[in-house]
Design a protein around this ligand. Structure first.
Ligand code: HIS
Length: 394
């Protein structure tokens, strides 16, 4: 067909596996991916975003902690003789926040395009180096900004037949903060929101559904936990170890979390339906769990803002568990666009709200912020599959 786009030949630079695994391979689709990335960036700039860029090598020490365990353990870290530990940027959001907090006027919108780097031990078939095009909004009107980002991505991605899914980390954290238990237990659950299985195990233990592990029970039963422990070979001093055992002892004396609270939090985690029904379910749960009520009302305001932007909220999926295995800086709205025909792919686009991150990097200042990225490499594959040209949604 004349003028039809060239199909992307099977190459090392492929989506899902956009990264080069075979060092001798030619990156046939790389120019297409770059062109797609630039077109998307131009589209975001036309929506009012200022184009920005950031260095590939970022300081590791302050930045890595902000991503959380998953990305931290997957980052490529290396050493610069002058700057110390540096990391190949695992994303743009953290450096963009840093830049904005240092010099940006508000409100502000930014766009960028470039490669990010993440090791893929668990998914060797996925790319460890791939392109992202992003859009970030720093604006005090939270619900409107959430809706703006989602609606823009929905519009740009419309030709691809992707399935959007939304979630809300703010509702989950409000539920944990509202639990009637010790601050230490709430903090442990907050840390493990990002690791659903460990979160589940903690809940089971705190509620007495699962027994204390035998090794811990034996440790706490001993009159002197250090007796017969052998020589000190680890990094922790004896005093530190004793302090930790004392904390475990205090924790063991905590009353169990009531079955009612566990049932409520379980019900909340299982909410997975179209937005209006999810709202009804969560309002019901909020009657017995008033701590989540403000977050649920914020969710409602966001649904209204989305509808005002023309999003078909009645059919938009909400899954309370969505986003629990992504960036740990998310603390509110989260969303992704998934390719239904490619369950083996990561989401084609992902994003979310990260208000607390601006506080952490703001040196006394903070501003609500939300943003998202698209993977142009995956769009190039879908263009080839569908025989579509490289142009970007209107
Ligand atoms: N930086 C995130 C995507 C994002 C942009 N803005 C907000 N979230 C990622 O790489 O997954």
């Amino acid at each position: 067909m004349e003028g039809a786009p060239q199909p992307v030949r099977d190459s090392a630079w492929r989506s899902g596996g956009e990264g080069a695994r075979d060092p001798g391979a030619v990156f046939v689709s790389l120019p297409l991916i770059r062109a797609k990335a630039e077109a998307l960036k131009a589209r975001f700039a036309a929506s009012g975003a200022a184009p920005v860029d950031c260095a590939v090598l970022q300081p590791a020490e302050i930045l890595l902690d902000l991503y959380g365990e998953d990305v931290r353990t997957r980052a490529f870290v290396t050493t610069d003789p002058v700057r110390g530990e540096v990391v190949l940027r695992p994303d743009f959001t953290v450096p963009v926040v840093q830049m904005h907090m240092a010099e940006g006027a508000e409100p502000a919108r930014y766009t960028y395009a470039g490669e990010v780097f993440r090791r893929q031990e668990a998914h060797p078939e996925r790319a460890s180096e791939y392109f992202q095009v992003g859009y970030e909004v720093f604006d005090r009107n939270g619900a409107a900004a959430d809706a703006e980002v989602f609606a823009l991505f929905a519009e740009v991605l419309e030709p691809y037949g992707l399935r959007p899914v939304t979630g809300d980390i703010g509702i989950l954290t409000a539920a944990v903060q509202g639990l009637d238990t010790s601050a230490a237990r709430r903090a442990a659950l907050m840390r493990h929101i990002w690791r659903p299985r460990r979160f589940r195990a903690l809940l089971d233990r705190y509620s007495g559904r699962a027994p204390m592990p035998a090794s811990r029970a034996a440790l706490l039963a001993a009159s002197d936990p250090m007796a017969g422990a052998g020589p000190m070979i680890g990094l922790r001093s004896e005093a530190e170890i004793r302090q930790r055992v004392e904390l475990l002892r205090l924790d063991a004396e905590e009353p169990t979390l009531s079955a009612e609270q566990v049932t409520l939090i379980d019900a909340l985690m299982r909410v997975s339906e179209a937005c209006p029904y999810a709202l009804e379910r969560m309002r019901d749960i909020a009657v017995d769990m008033p701590a989540i009520a403000p977050a649920v009302e914020a969710y409602d305001a966001r649904c209204e803002a989305l509808a005002a932007r023309g999003v078909d909220v009645a059919r938009l999926a909400f899954d309370a568990g969505y986003g629990r295995s992504s960036m740990e800086y998310y603390d509110g709205f989260v969303f992704g666009f998934i390719c239904p025909q490619r369950p083996d792919w990561p989401p084609v686009a992902t994003g979310g709200r990260y208000d607390a991150l601006t506080r952490q990097l703001g040196q006394g200042r903070e501003i609500p912020a939300v943003g998202a990225v698209i993977r142009p490499g995956l769009l190039v594959e879908l263009d080839a599959r569908d025989g579509r040209g490289p142009e970007v949604g209107a």
